[in-house]
Design a protein around this ligand. Structure first.
Ligand SMILES: [Zn+2]
Length: 200
């Protein structure tokens, strides 16, 4: 890389609307997906966000984001340590972004620059995105079904607690029955009346 090329590369790392990103955006739009771009309110300002599908798409340059086993990712011969450290930092930042988004319940899809190198590759990448969105949607509905089941189980548990409580109260009534008190009272009354009778 010449100094100028390197400078151009440096400038492009944070840049948006890169050609791989535009290719994905055009493709998604054609396939009827609705999305928002460069969403600042989400961790890492994801490139493409599909709110309805709770999916965030990160479009990564292969060099800057250190695409493993990719031909486009070749460390420069000079200042190798510098580039290595810089790219390692980017990889780390991507991992953190992904972890934050996942923790917030977002499905994260990473698309690499080399995946959109040709039109047919781009179509394949869009197919993959479509599959992943469908799978995560299915997973989400299964999860909410599970939550529903848990709610039902909690209701049943609550009812079981109330049943046990009622049974316990009945047991207490049986051991310390009200009739006993009445018996006691009537006994007192009897003795009293006996006494009163005696008095009379
Ligand atoms: Zn790549």
């Amino acid at each position: 890389m010449t100094k100028e090329q390197r400078h151009k590369c440096m400038a492009s790392i944070r840049s948006k609307n890169t050609s791989p990103e535009m290719a994905i955006r055009r493709g998604l739009h054609k396939r009827g997906y609705r999305f928002r771009i460069h969403v600042k309110s989400l961790p890492g300002t994801p490139d493409i966000v599909l709110p309805r599908h709770k999916t965030a798409i990160l479009v990564n340059g292969c060099f800057w984001h250190g695409h493993k086993n990719c031909r486009k990712f070749v460390l420069p011969q000079s200042n190798t340590n510098f580039w290595e450290a810089k790219i390692a930092r980017n990889i780390h930042r991507d991992e953190i972004t992904c972890a934050h988004l996942t923790a917030l319940g977002w499905h994260v899809i990473t698309v690499w620059e080399c995946e959109v190198a040709t039109n047919s590759l781009t179509q394949a990448a869009l197919d993959r995105i479509g599959r992943e969105i469908a799978e995560s949607t299915l997973l989400r509905s299964t999860r909410s079904e599970m939550r529903e089941k848990t709610r039902t189980e909690m209701k049943m548990e609550q009812e079981e607690i109330m049943r046990r409580q009622a049974a316990l109260e009945a047991e207490i009534d049986r051991i310390y029955p009200l009739p006993a008190k009445i018996r006691q009272l009537s006994k007192t009354a009897l003795s009293l009346s006996d006494y009163m009778e005696e008095e009379d």
